[in-house]
Design a protein around this ligand. Sequence first.
Ligand code: 5GP
Length: 115
Amino acid sequence: MSEPSVFTRILRGEIPSEIIAETENAFAIRDIAPQAPVHLLVIPKSERYRDVVELAAGDPALLAELVGLANSIAAEHADGDFRLIFNTGPGAGQTVFHVHAHVLGGGLSEGSLGG
Ligand code: 5GP
């Protein structure tokens, strides 16, 4: 068995991080190194899926649950508008191989992709 991911350890309370919202199968935290005025992460409680491609193929309902959770936390923590980013693969900047979405909001510059 491989080591539990950092997000599993947060969910278990082994690494401190406030869980700001949760659904049956997913939870949300603040990113420790924010790249936008509001930078949250939405994460399945299971680390079964490494990235969004695996998640979409294996459990599309859970992917939809992540999008719904992103929408509700963006309404609560920003003005409701948000960018949803799934880094997929090391070359795209993925560092944690427990699928998660970055939810970016709050005063994002228009017209740029990177925030
Ligand atoms: P990735 O680079 O895989 O797309 O995103 C991983 C994200 O997890 C990064 O933005 C990083 O800042 C965040 N992160 C890594 N370790 C921790 C942690 O211990 N606590 C929190 N809240 N975020 C973390």
